[in-house]
Write a protein that binds this ligand. Structure first.
Ligand code: MG
Ligand code: MG
Length: 282
């Protein structure tokens, strides 16, 4: 799930998450190597759920069907879906179709059609630790413009992930995401909207923790990255505007111009050996 730009109310104290580290007036939960292993286990559950859902995406399948698959995969692994009941969210995945950017609510009446584009966001809790990841999948025959847009977003995510190294700064991550998105747009001969209203976040004993991770920013600025931090990196790109609206359901975020949107996410640990993607498949 993408965090919003609104101030984060969850404040982390020491406990199962280990040391709470005060950075620029914000608490960032630091993880020990053993705790990062525990988060990898949670991340593997998310990866398995997303793989199962991706396999099931085809014309005629409803987003409620996909939700049931993710929910079953998570529970069979002994984990709990973290989205279900989160601030009242009614499902175990967010399923955002076409012009929906994030936080789409699965429904039996939302039936996928050939040429649709769906972003699936999924989170799980295992032994008190959270994993959070998202993928975008074309339904049936992909449209070339959708494939380029999704590839750009995925590349932007990995560009940000590469910057998750000790001694770097949060602004390096944000800048790398933005820069790669713009570079890919230029290569694709178009402009992509980089959604600024939502972004990545710290993750650990809660899903959304400090710091907020913007998808646009200046290199060399912001919080210093340290080994033991875990951040969810999650760019959202559109084929048009960077402006979004929230639907009357209080959840679904759509592009203001109706252009299609994509969303990719991984939860990643900053380690002395470099970035470790905790939600990558086994
Ligand atoms: Mg997510
Ligand atoms: Mg997230």
């Amino acid at each position: 799930m993408g965090n919003t730009r609104r101030p984060i109310t969850e404040v982390v104290s020491s406990g199962v998450g280990g040391i709470a580290d005060r950075v620029r007036g914000r608490f960032v939960e630091m993880k020990t190597p053993g705790q990062i292993e525990a988060m990898r286990a949670a991340g593997l559950v998310v990866a398995a759920a997303l793989a199962a859902v991706t396999d099931a995406v085809r014309p005629g399948v409803s987003t409620a069907d996909l939700d049931a698959i993710a929910d079953a995969t998570i529970r069979e692994a002994g984990a709990e879906p973290s989205f279900l009941g989160y601030q009242g969210f009614p499902a175990s995945i967010c399923a955002s179709v076409n012009e929906q950017v994030v936080h789409g609510i699965p429904s039996p009446t939302t039936v996928l059609a050939d040429g649709d584009l769906i972003s699936i966001d999924c989170g799980a809790i295992l032994e008190g630790w959270h994993g959070d990841a998202a993928v975008t999948v074309a339904v049936g025959t992909p449209r070339p413009a959708d494939e380029s847009l999704s590839a750009a977003c995925r590349a932007a995510m990995y560009a940000g992930i590469e910057r998750l190294v000790p001694g770097g700064r949060l602004g390096d991550v944000s800048h790398a995401v933005e820069d790669e998105a713009r570079r890919r747009a230029a290569a694709d001969g178009c402009e992509y909207g980089i959604v600024a209203d939502y972004g990545g976040h710290g993750i650990g004993t809660s899903m959304h923790m400090d710091p907020f991770v913007p998808n646009l920013g200046r290199a060399g600025t912001g919080m210093r990255l340290r080994s033991g931090m875990v951040l969810a990196i999650e760019p959202m790109l559109t084929g048009g505007t960077d402006e979004t609206d929230e639907l009357a359901d209080g959840w679904t975020v759509v592009t203001s111009d109706g252009s299609r949107a994509v969303h990719w996410e991984h939860s990643v640990a900053v380690t002395d050996d470099g970035p470790r993607i905790l939600t990558a498949p086994a």
